[in-house]
Structures are given as structure tokens and as C-alpha cells.
Ligand binder design. Structure first.
Ligand SMILES: Cc1cc2nc3c(=O)[nH]c(=O)nc-3n(C[C@H](O)[C@H](O)[C@H](O)COP(=O)(O)OP(=O)(O)OC[C@H]3O[C@@H](n4cnc5c(N)ncnc54)[C@H](O)[C@@H]3O)c2cc1C
Length: 512
């Protein structure tokens, strides 16, 4: 897999060094001797045992890693742990994907295409590594029977704080044979979500010291997945042979066009990381907020689909910090602190997708202003079709619909305007989430829920001066965007001009 790793400007392979820390012992030996992965010391706090026992069922015939969120082979603690378990017990390893549960993971053709093209790479890598890879025409219920029929000793799951995956985990906990070990691994976060903090954090400044303190323990290199020594069949009539079969079988809920700029899979992710480090990192925190410029990493789709580990991105970016320390620090603040703060919110707050997830003061201020007069109101359909009076907002929506991603800074403005132009804050959250999750390639992830809740409910933010509709929720004005950035250029990319048609007045500040 070394060929997939990015190279830096001087051409050196950017494989972050695997340090000989206490958690990855004898790593060079483990890498050198194929099949020796059981000798590497896995930091067990990356996993949680969901079942009563983590002992393997007696006379087991295999281990399954149920892949749903972290869809990659290398740099994946869930694959590494599953393989270690399988090798230690001389068992075959199977990676399974439940295609009947795709609705909540891949709601549109756009998301499905990105996921399946990534799975094509995974399938090939599994062939090389002699690991079984299976698309199953099954949901979690069917999966229980497959585990039973195949005398599987342990099932390893991806950690995911969102409702559906939590439901799956609980279903498996209640329905798998009590002798089967069920283990959840946080392969998505650098510091496992259950250790980053023991409670819902108020804002970045409260979680930052907790995460920073734990980084020396968790921001480590990855050992390589090795060729698996033990093979075995997974017997079930629910197998789909390849990606084409999955395309035939699973029809997504919405027919949203695929996007061309983002090549799915680990290779696409590494190339994007490479171009970021070579061309855009130097501007991070300087002009990365400017919507008319492409100065951010653009990595969010691959991180969302698990095609690249945030930990790999952090290691690579950190490896060049001596060249541009300030930019690297700013980037790692977003990638690690802000992203893991979003995970923390969804992990501890089951109302992450509605107004009840707001702090009491924020909910109250929104409800106090619920009946304020709205100068403009639009329906979901009008929003989707970019038919508002504000051409900057329309351009952002066209970017979302056409490119599958709005520039990060515009996302805030975009969502706050939905609050301003809908009848109620509840409706604003619903529409904001629907648009984000349907069209954004990186949608349906904790960052998306928190982005919408930050914009509308001030989650992780503080109270501001009282205004109509917004109450104490932070407000954003169009003239400030126009003053700071070349918004004419941004709009022109989508065939719009802010010249005459933009909003003349925003919502007024309420007189004290
Ligand atoms: C209304 C709204 C909706 C959003 N929806 C999503 C979404 O669906 N998916 C998503 O990944 N992000 C979302 N964000 C957060 C942020 O805008 C995106 O992560 C960022 O724009 C992705 O582009 P990038 O990878 O180029 O970011 P970069 O600026 O290069 O950042 C690097 C990485 O840091 C993380 N990150 C950056 N900003 C944030 C943030 N504010 N909160 C949490 N993590 C962050 C992401 O993983 C991102 O890939 C949303 C923000 C708002 C205000």
C-alpha cells in the first residue's frame, strides 16, 4: 500500500514514522515478519466490549469485522484489532457490509457511488491480504443468523454516535448469542470518544485541553495490516458478488447526481491530502475562510466515508509543521478539536438533530422569537432550487447541489439564513439538515449535525445581542461577507451576480 501514500514536495514518501512508544511495541519486527501482527500491542482503550464477555466463543470458525463507518483497510484500528484477534486464535477474518442498512448511510446516488467505488478498492486489498470481504444482502437481523450459522466467535463494530448505528449495536447486543464477543472500536477519532471527555462539552475551549493532553498517547503511527494466514468460507445465500450486484440491488432514496471533483476511495483521499499539503496548507488560516478561494483541505468527504483516517491526515500534516507551524496548528484545531467536539456532542446528546439538543437559554431565546415577523419565508423546495432573493445564498446552494459541498465559511451564513427565512426554528433545523444530508457528500455525520445546530441553536457558541427572529443566537450579515471577500467572484462561478439583486436589509437588531 506504500504506493498510495502521499509524497511531499521534495518527493519523500510521507509515511509518518512509527515511533517505539509503549503502545506499539516491536513494531518494526511486526511489520517485517508477515503474519506477525498479533505481536503488536493494541491500545485497548480504543475499544469497548459491548457483550458481557470478550472471550471468544468456543470452537469458533471465524471473526467478523462489520464495516460501516471506517471503510478502509489500512490505518484502521478496527481492522487491525480484528486481525490481531483472528491471528491469535488462528481463525479466518471476514469483513462484512450490510447493504440492507444502506438507507441511513448512503441516502442518494451521490453517496452510494462514493461509497461503492471506495469498496471496490477495499475488495481488491482484501483479496491481496487474504481477508474475506462480503457484501451481504442483509440487515442487522439477518446478520445475527449469519453469525450463528457460521459459528463466528467475535464481531467487531465501528464506533458511530449517530442514532441508527447505535440502534444496530444495541440490537446485536440483545440478539447475538451471549457467547459471541461484541466489540466496538473507535477507528474514527484520534482520542476515543468515550475518553476524550466523560460528558457533553460546552465548547471548543472546554474539550481542547482534554484532547491535547491525550494526544501523545493516541496520535501514534499505524502498523500495517498483514497477509492473513487463515482462510475460511462464510456460508450464506445472502452474498452479493461485487459492486455491480450492489448497484442492481440497492436503490437509494434520492436521485442526486454524482460529483466529478472527488475521486472516491483511499487513493483519491491520499491525492487530495497531497495536493492540500503541497498547494493549500500554506494559506490555511490566512485565506481559507475566503469562499472565492480553494484554500481548505477538501478532505471532509473522505473522512466522512472513512476512506482516510483523520489520524493519518493529522500525522502527515504534523510531519511538515516545521515549515508552517501556524497553518498546521490552525488546521489541526479543525481536524482534531472541532471534529472531535462534534463527535462528543452527538455521543452525549441524543437530541443532536432537533431544538431540544440546544442549551436551555438558546432554546428559550429561539422560542421567545418564534412569532417574530419574517420579511422573507421560503419553502424547502424554493430553498433547494436556490430561489431566494439573496444571490450569495443561492450561489452557496448551487455549490451544494452541483459540487456536493459548500465552502466552510459560507456554510455558516447559508444555514443562519435558513433560520431567518423559515417560519420556525424547528422547520429551519429540519430543512438545513435535509439539504445538508441530501446534497453534501460529507453529510449525515456528526460535523453536519453540529454545523446546523451551531448555526441555528448556538451549540458550542455563546449568546449574542438580542435581535428579531434570532434572539441571542449569533447573526451573520451579507455586507460583512461582501466587505471581507470577493463574493462577486464566488457567485459568478455559479452564474450569479450580487450586483443588484441581493438582500437590501437583513434582520434588524432589536432596540434595547
Ligand atoms: C451548516 C454547516 C453544515 C456543516 N456540515 C458538515 C458536514 O455535513 N460534514 C462535515 O464534515 N462538516 C460539516 N460542517 C463543518 C465544516 O464546514 C466542514 O467540515 C468543512 O467545511 C469541510 O471542508 P474541508 O474538509 O475543506 O475543511 P478544512 O477546513 O480543510 O478542515 C479539515 C477538517 O476538519 C474538520 N472540520 C473543519 N471544520 C469543522 C467544524 N466547523 N466542525 C467540525 N469539524 C470541522 C473536518 O473534518 C474537515 O475535513 C458544517 C458546518 C456548517 C456551519
Amino acid at each position: 500500500m506504500a504506493s498510495l501514500k502521499p509524497k511531499n514536495a521534495s518527493g519523500a514518501v510521507l509515511l509518518s514514522k512509527l515511533t517505539k512508544d509503549v503502545f506499539i511495541k516491536n513494531i518494526s519486527e511486526a511489520r517485517a515478519a508477515e503474519g506477525d501482527i498479533e505481536h503488536f500491542c493494541f491500545n485497548k482503550s480504543r475499544l469497548r466490549v459491548v457483550s458481557k464477555t470478550d472471550d471468544l466463543k468456543k470452537n469458533s470458525k471465524g471473526i467478523i469485522y462489520l464495516m460501516s463507518r471506517d471503510c478502509r483497510v489500512e490505518d484502521n484500528w478496527a481492522v487491525l484489532y480484528s486481525q490481531k484477534l483472528a491471528l491469535q486464535n488462528k481463525l479466518p477474518l471476514h469483513i462484512c457490509v450490510l447493504t440492507k442498512e444502506f438507507n441511513c448511510l448512503y441516502p442518494t446516488k451521490r453517496h452510494l457511488h462514493f461509497a461503492l467505488e471506495g469498496f471496490k478498492e477495499i475488495q481488491k486489498e482484501c483479496e491481496v491480504k487474504k481477508i474475506g470481504f462480503h457484501f451481504l444482502k442483509a440487515n442487522v437481523k439477518d446478520f445475527v443468523k449469519i453469525v450463528e450459522d457460521n459459528q463466528i466467535g467475535a464481531v467487531v463494530l465501528d464506533f458511530d454516535p449517530l442514532k441508527k448505528p447505535v440502534e444496530w449495536r444495541n440490537y446485536l447486543k440483545d440478539n447475538l448469542d451471549k457467547n459471541v464477543a461484541l466489540i466496538e472500536v473507535d477507528a474514527h477519532n484520534i482520542v476515543p470518544a468515550w475518553l476524550a471527555s466523560e460528558k457533553q462539552e460546552v465548547m471548543a475551549k472546554t474539550i481542547r485541553p482534554k484532547i491535547t493532553k491525550q494526544l501523545p498517547e493516541y496520535l501514534t503511527g499505524f502498523p500495517e495490516v498483514c497477509k492473513h494466514n487463515y482462510q475460511g468460507k462464510l456460508d450464506t445465500d445472502k452474498k452479493l458478488k461485487n459492486v455491480d450486484d450492489v448497484y442492481d440491488f440497492y436503490k437509494p432514496l434520492y436521485d442526486v447526481e454524482i460529483v466529478k471533483w472527488a475521486k472516491p476511495g483511499a487513493e483519491g483521499a491520499y491525492n487530495t491530502l497531497l495536493s492540500f499539503m503541497q498547494e493549500r496548507l500554506q494559506y490555511y488560516g490566512i485565506s481559507s475562510n475566503d469562499p472565492s478561494k480553494n484554500h481548505t483541505s477538501n478532505l471532509s468527504p473522505w473522512i466522512r466515508f472513512g476512506h482516510i483516517a483523520a489520524q493519518r491526515v493529522a500525522l502527515e500534516v504534523k510531519s511538515v509543521e516545521k515549515n508552517c507551524k501556524e497553518q498546521v496548528d490552525k488546521y489541526l484545531e479543525e481536524l482534531i478539536v472541532r471534529r472531535e467536539l462534534a463527535e462528543n456532542y452527538c455521543f452525549y446528546n441524543s437530541n443532536y438533530d432537533n431544538i431540544n439538543g440546544a442549551a436551555e437559554w438558546a432554546r428559550k431565546t429561539l422560542l421567545d422569537h418564534k412569532s417574530d415577523k419574517r420579511v422573507y419565508t421560503y419553502t424547502r423546495d424554493q430553498f433547494e432550487k436556490a430561489l431566494t432573493h439573496d444571490e450569495m445564498w443561492n450561489a452557496a446552494t448551487l455549490q451544494l447541489v452541483q459540487e456536493g459541498k459548500i465552502h466552510g465559511y459560507m456554510r455558516m451564513y447559508w444555514c443562519k439564513k435558513i433560520l431567518e427565512w423559515t417560519k420556525t426554528p424547528e422547520e429551519a433545523i429540519e430543512i438545513g439538515l435535509w439539504l445538508n444530508d441530501t446534497f453534501s457528500l460529507d453529510g449525515t455525520c456528526p460535523n453536519g449535525f453540529v454545523g446546523v445546530m451551531w448555526s441555528i441553536c448556538c451549540v458550542h457558541d455563546q449568546g449574542w445581542g438580542e435581535r428579531e427572529i434570532f434572539g441571542k443566537i449569533r447573526f451573520m450579515v451579507d455586507y460583512s461577507l461582501k466587505r471581507k471577500f470577493n463574493m462577486e467572484a464566488y457567485c459568478a462561478r455559479f452564474g450569479r451576480s450580487i450586483g443588484k439583486t441581493s438582500a437590501k436589509k437583513g434582520v434588524k437588531r432589536k432596540a434595547k
